[in-house]
Design a protein around this ligand. Structure first.
Ligand code: SF4
Ligand code: SF4
Length: 373
């Protein structure tokens, strides 16, 4: 039986005390973290917004968890990949969210999934993806802990501990998941990610949640809670029901349960469920009414591909050596080219190029739908 702890935390000045109580109610982190373990803490760093916007996990939650990992003998590493609308988005989000500074001050290493590289993995019992590319720091950690934000989501209604791992994907796999065209199928794709990462614990920032047009443009709401569980799916079931959603209709929860993760009937400890209950305004939209086949077809026309500007390129080879799927290829004349068929759109090459020679080439549809960068 999975336990989920709920603890009142009216504002962020009480964060560390509230998380300590939430962890104590579950027996602490000592059974999960062995001395010397590398512990990847995965907050939600969706966008370059200030903590007050409530789109990202609050830095106080991240800092407190770094301290608890250190106390348990682990080595905290904090990382995420932002909702990548353009190269460099994660670096900006790490700063604007206050997470980079808070994590460093608390003694953690900070990693940017956009530039840390991706590894190809096989998905066990796949529902949507037989293979995936996932951010290396998540795969290399001894222990992974989800630090989600309590928010509504236009596509999955609610976003929490399981959906949080979508940030470990490079852009073209994010696109593939979105272009599945149905909420249920998207939830199954997220469950595929979850089944590879297998997080060991979750602590949710529900102090200031987001209602309405989540996950990025909703309204902050003072929900005043910290939730924790060794079972991310159970935590999502409790949190979604807490804010007024049918938990089994959350596509990511349904997908994870379908793959055999989590528990339908978690036990709540700490603040009684009835006392913590509230109502979040839902987020509307998020899914095209077009048939999935059309969505997938249109998706092919939305591309933002990196291209090497041969006039600027000094052939240093940094992009070639660091491209995880080996999409940067060397021609006989020594020049480097990007093979769009192999490119997973992680933008590492652009980040790493010392000469700003990797430029972005947008399709007509992408030019129409995005602002310039
Ligand atoms: S070519 Fe660049 S964007 Fe494409 S996969 Fe390689 S490093 Fe990533
Ligand atoms: S990193 Fe930049 S300069 Fe170096 S080979 Fe790649 S494109 Fe050329």
């Amino acid at each position: 039986m999975s336990k989920v702890s709920i603890v009142r935390c009216p504002d962020y000045s009480d964060t560390k005390k509230a998380i300590a109580e939430a962890l104590d109610l579950l027996g602490g982190l000592e059974d999960i973290i062995n001395p010397g373990d590398c512990v990847l803490l995965k907050p939600n760093i969706l966008a370059a917004t200030a903590p007050e916007a409530a789109a990202t996990t609050h830095p106080a939650v991240v800092a407190a968890m770094c301290e608890f990992v250190l106390e348990a003998g682990g080595k905290p590493i904090v990382g995420d990949g932002a909702g990548i609308s353009h190269p460099g988005a994660t670096a900006k989000a790490l700063k604007a969210s206050g997470i980079e500074e808070a994590a460093r001050k608390a003694g953690a290493k900070v990693v940017n999934f956009e530039t840390a590289g991706f590894t190809k993995v096989k998905v066990p019992d796949p529902l949507q993806f037989r293979e995936l590319y996932l951010a290396k720091p998540v795969l290399e950690a001894d222990v992974v802990i989800s630090l989600p934000k309590l928010k509504t989501h236009e596509l999955t209604y609610y976003t929490g501990a399981v959906k949080n791992f979508f940030g470990a994907l490079p852009l073209n796999y994010r696109k593939k998941a979105h272009y599945l065209g149905k909420r249920e199928l998207f939830g199954e794709a997220v469950a595929d990610i979850y089944s590879v990462i297998r997080p060991r614990f979750a602590v949710m920032d529900g102090v200031m949640g987001m209602e309405g047009k989540g996950p990025s443009h909703g309204d902050p709401i003072n929900s005043g809670l910290i939730l924790a569980s060794p079972d991310c799916v159970a935590l999502d079931i409790v949190a979604a029901e807490l804010i007024g959603f049918d938990p089994l209709k959350i596509p990511t929860t349904a997908g994870a349960l379908k793959k055999g993760f989590g528990n339908h009937c978690p036990v709540v400890v700490g603040t009684p469920f009835k006392e913590a209950r509230m109502k979040f305004k839902p987020s509307h939209g998020g899914i095209s009414t077009a048939p999935p086949v059309l969505t997938r077809h249109l998706g092919k026309f939305f591309t933002i591909h990196p291209k090497i500007n041969q006039r600027k390129c000094t052939r240093c080879g940094a992009c070639y050596l660091n491209c995880s799927p080996h999409a940067v290829e060397q021609a006989e004349d020594g020049s480097f080219r990007i093979n769009p068929e192999k490119c997973i759109l992680c933008y590492c090459c652009r980040e790493l190029c010392p000469n700003n020679a990797v430029e972005m080439k947008k399709s007509f549809l992408a030019k129409l739908l995005t602002s310039d960068f």
